[in-house]
Design a protein. Structure first.
Length: 295
């Protein structure tokens, strides 16, 4: 798929299966275009070309204003990836040690501000790569630079698995291919109800506890009424069952102690065979230490 803007060309090459997921594209300006895809989670890819570092402040600010408007137009739960030549130098003075440069230039600071304000993660800072995997552009004088970047909405940063550049294959350009690996990671926070386990063995081993439990259970169950006037037998049985479970749980909470968690470690440590093996080991170690000391 090839799409052209008014001032420069933007290209998206899609596999056949990706074309089936294609929704639409949107030309935001001569420097920004987005493509949207459907799936388990909708994905929006924004390709852009920032003004150079010698451009006026007005040009750069206008570019980032348009980019901000573009990414904020997407639903907050969707995946948003930004990829392009952002002409931004990110340095270790304002970023982490994964930065390629020693200091950040003006465009780099604009990119950092944009990422912070719009909650984006920059791939070049997330992954620790050797310098050859960070270089994205070779200047006419032969100097190597990292101008191209890939960002992902921070909500999905755990799905961002890799980001690096490649010297080969050559695409007949002074820019290198920059790739990102994104593996969708969807985790639902499952809140499980807290289950309290009681020591029911007490009813067998302790006659006093058993007597108290039976007496209180009888009193509680007797105080719970069932709608005798209801002609719906199934409904009456359901009410009776609910009342019985409520009475048992309330009585257990009041009379029975909570069951202690079984500890496999404690069982092993109390095993006679294990204790004997430990004694043999300690005796052998002590004997060996004594022989070395005498020597």
């Amino acid at each position: 798929a090839v799409v052209s803007t008014q001032s420069r060309s933007r290209y998206f090459f899609l596999f056949s299966w990706a074309q089936r997921c294609y929704i639409e594209h949107n030309i935001v300006s001569g420097r920004i275009m987005s493509v949207s895809f459907t799936g388990d989670v909708c994905t929006h890819i924004v390709t852009c070309h920032s003004p150079t570092n010698v451009s006026t402040d007005l040009e750069v600010e206008q570019f980032y204003a348009e980019l901000t408007t573009c990414v904020q137009s997407f639903p907050p739960h969707d995946i948003v990836v930004i990829a392009g030549d952002l002409n931004a130098h990110l340095g270790k003075d304002t970023c982490n040690t994964n930065a390629y440069y020693g200091s950040t230039n003006r465009n780099g600071q604009h990119l950092l501000d944009f990422a912070q304000e719009n909650a984006f993660t920059i791939g070049g800072l997330k992954f620790n790569k050797k310098s050859s995997k960070k270089v994205t552009w070779t200047a006419p004088n032969g100097q190597l630079h990292q101008n191209d970047h890939i960002l992902i909405r921070s909500k999905w940063q755990n799905s961002f698995r890799n980001c690096e550049s490649y010297i080969q294959p050559s695409v007949q350009s002074d820019h290198r291919i920059v790739t990102a690996t994104i593996k969708l990671s969807v985790r639902a926070n499952i809140i499980r109800p807290k289950v309290i386990k009681y020591d029911w063995e007490k009813l067998k081993s302790d006659p006093t506890t058993a007597t108290t439990f039976h007496l209180q259970l009888h009193n509680r169950f007797s105080s719970l009424t069932v709608d005798e006037e209801s002609h719906d037998l199934e409904l009456r049985n359901q009410h009776a069952y609910t009342n019985m479970i409520t009475a048992i749980n309330d009585t257990a909470e009041e009379v029975l102690p909570k069951r202690k968690k079984s500890s496999l470690t404690a069982q092993i440590l109390s095993n006679p065979e294990y204790i004997a093996a430990v004694k043999v080991r300690d005796a052998a170690a002590k004997s060996s230490h004594t022989r070395r000391t005498r020597a």
